[in-house]
Design a protein around this ligand. Sequence first.
Ligand code: SF4
Length: 311
Amino acid sequence: MDTELNPLQKAVIEALGVPADWEPLPEDIVHSIESQLENELAPLKGLFTAEEPLRINKHHIATVHGCEKYHVLNRQSQFAWNINTVRGTIAHKGIELLLNWRGPIIPSEIVDAAITSVAENPRESASDFIISLPAHELAELRGAVVGAVSNFLECFPPVKPQWRPMVEYSASYSLFDKSVLFTSRMDLVLGGPGRKVIIDLKTGRLTPTHRDDLRFYALIETLRSRQAPRSLGSYSLDSARLDSEDVTEGLLQSAVRRTAQGTLLIADLALKTREPEVRPGFQCRWCPANDTCAQGIQYLRQLSGDDEDAD
Ligand code: SF4
């Protein structure tokens, strides 16, 4: 029997529910966006191979449209875990367990199980980082994730099995004999083929790039499954806020343009046909070159107001 939903849960249902007049996008849209992507990326034919493909994910596209040098540095460096990034991983694992949990729902128990599951899985790259955490940092991590999982329980409607929830859903698509490979991993997907709702669960603030990330997912899912998803949503676990939009032909076309432009830029940088452009922005705050890059140093000074303070 359905339990009474609170106002926040009702708001999510209203935003993501199927409108009475909803119609799936026509099938020929799949062919038209596929041709558009192929045409725009035609200059890459023969430049990469299936053995060493040009790999593209949402993060690559987002960073190359920001500072190209930052993009190159990021691709060269080994990913290093920190408390913030591992918080998102454990929160996602907690929600995955929550959706399949049998027995009483106690957030702290689910989070403990999530931490254990990630820490004890040798295939999880975060496992060594978690094991190395001192007790006080582990307690901080646990507390933060318990907060996120509790928020999800309180503010997101209970996910019904008939919504066919899939957590950490991977989709990929390739072009030109698998030499250009697009990959995606979606946090939560609800609904059956042709009417999927793709949800990104965020542990931090929602930013404009979240919409671009989801549009990239919508594009890859459309090309892979040959059916467009119905709707997209970024859900902030901290603020219990949902930002959603319907998938339209215009949305998919804009995702193709942004993905194609980004992929061409990434190919240039991978092939070293030119020097990366330097474009200061918010990413300077966590860029590994922010103590040597003159533009980044100046930008960060301006951001913190140092320039105004100087005599
Ligand atoms: S510090 Fe900023 S401008 Fe400089 S390379 Fe890094 S992201 Fe780009």
